[in-house]
Design a protein around this ligand. Structure first.
Ligand code: CP
Length: 302
């Protein structure tokens, strides 16, 4: 059976740890000719900087070739072609399909319409499992363990697909969850379900200051303007949390700040020069983790 990554639930804990282990090897040596002869389709129906370009860099550094698009306006989708037909067609040209699409659930549907391995690079506000893998790698690199950590998720916990994937994944590691959000943007109960199912502690806050001293990781997120049906609702919450360097006087020495990026204003640039900022290294880790993931899914040993 072919391997797909649509939700982080598609991989078990052992597979996740294996991929993180492979990523360490790629961090030490990112240029290897392991994808010689492979053609990988990278299809982005929604904007991206990090995910698309780190996937393309990962493929090219491994000697593979990329086909695809960064927006659908120049494809036959513009003429009315369905997602299913688009995927069935590109399936015939490629050895793997990587797709981002704004519709929740579109990734599962696309994966069922191709015979090559499929990777979800983000579907609406649903899941972003490859970001989750690089977030896990970043936590491991900074804390030297994934177990027994206090992780604080801040901002748009309702629409933030990276939060949904990472919360699910961290329930395997005895995490204590601190959830900081405006009332309107609380973690959906379908995601909270995973915390409850595993009998893990979680605490909800409206004030970020209350969670900062408890945290090993502060995972900041952008308020996802593009997911709001009513612009006035976005206006009400858009500046809910702005982390600045003055707020970091009482933190654990091991604490690191992650953010999937892009940021708008939720992390002030005064934070960038502090020893707690890790978000740009986190983005770089995406390269190594995506190299590992592609090789794992194609059955290539490193
Ligand atoms: N983290 C993330 O998904 O960034 P991009 O939207 O730039 O790919």
């Amino acid at each position: 059976m072919k391997k797909d990554l649509v939700s982080i639930n598609d991989f078990n804990k052992e597979e996740i740890l294996h991929i993180l282990d492979m990523a360490k090897k790629f961090e030490a040596n990112p240029d290897q000719n392991l994808l010689n002869g492979k053609v990988i389709a990278v299809l982005f129906f929604e904007p991206s900087t990090r995910t698309r370009l780190s996937f393309e860099s990962a493929i090219q550094r491994l000697g593979g070739r990329v086909i695809g698009f960064s927006e659908a306006t120049n494809t036959s989708v513009k003429k009315g072609e369905s997602l299913g037909d688009t995927i069935r067609t590109i399936n015939q040209y490629s050895d793997m399909i990587i797709m981002r699409n704004p519709l929740d659930g579109s990734a599962r549907y696309a994966s069922e319409n191709c015979t090559v391995p499929f990777i979800n690079a983000g579907d609406g506000s649903n899941q972003h499992p490859t970001q989750c893998l690089l977030d896990l790698y970043s936590i491991l690199q900074t804390q030297h363990t994934l177990d027994n950590l206090n992780i604080t998720f801040v901002g748009d916990l309702k629409y933030g697909r990276t939060v949904h994937s990472l919360v699910k994944a961290m329930t395997d590691f005895n995490t204590t969850f601190h959830l900081v959000s405006p009332l309107e943007l609380k973690l959906p109960s379908a995601v909270k379900y995973y915390i409850k199912k595993n009998n893990l502690p979680y605490f909800q806050y409206e004030r970020l200051e209350d969670a900062i001293p408890l945290s090993d990781i502060i995972y900041m997120t952008r308020i996802q303007q593009e997911r709001f049906a009513d612009p006035m609702e976005y206006e009400k919450v858009k500046n809910s949390y702005i982390l600045n360097a003055n707020m970091l006087s009482n933190v654990k020495p091991n604490m690191k700040i992650l953010h999937p990026l892009p940021r708008v204003n939720e992390i002030d640039i005064s934070v960038d020069a502090t020893p707690y900022a890790y978000y740009f290294q986190q983005a770089q880790n995406g390269l190594f983790v995506r190299q590992a993931l592609i090789c794992y899914m194609l059955g290539i040993e490193v």
